[in-house]
Design a binder for this molecule. Sequence first.
Ligand code: FES
Ligand code: FES
Length: 193
Amino acid sequence: MSHEERNRRNFPPMNANTGAATMPDVDAQGASHIQASDMVMQSVSLRVNGTVRQLEVDTRATLLDSLREQLSLFGTKKGCDHGQCGACTIHVNGRRVNACLTLAVMHDGDEITTIEGLASHDALHPVQEAFVEHDAFQCGYCTPGQIMSAAALLKEPCGPEDDDIRECMSGNICRCGAYPNIVAAVKSLRNRA
Ligand code: FES
Ligand code: FES
């Protein structure tokens, strides 16, 4: 494998039990190889956006990678892959979760909602409407995660002030700095409730 071919997905894999990096074999040219024997596959049944999906997953695969790469649900974004940006926020059994921080194999039988499943039929979810109405995005990369967090926040104990919204949304980073409009969007929904 050339240096150019190396990317975040193959360097290096994590041990599912310890969280430690599993260092692959390195050959004389410095190329790394993941041993076939390192891969342990397991069946999981996830209810994703209302549909039961049976998957064979690598036990080291994150829920984020399984959603994106096995189910082609690309609305859930990979930003940091380390639980620091919130771009991968989804709902698991109604609660917001960073999909990059949890393994798919841990979610057998769970109810998963991604941004693709938030709207009902042709009608946008109220949070999606509020984001449009308040122009709460620029490039849009963080937006699915922001919207999933905001939708969960509305059901969580979160104080009444703007600062409370900021605190409750603090796990979602927006590199475009659309924060004032995001707060305005969330506030409009709280005022409506
Ligand atoms: Fe999951 Fe950044 S990609 S928190
Ligand atoms: Fe660009 Fe948030 S809209 S990162």
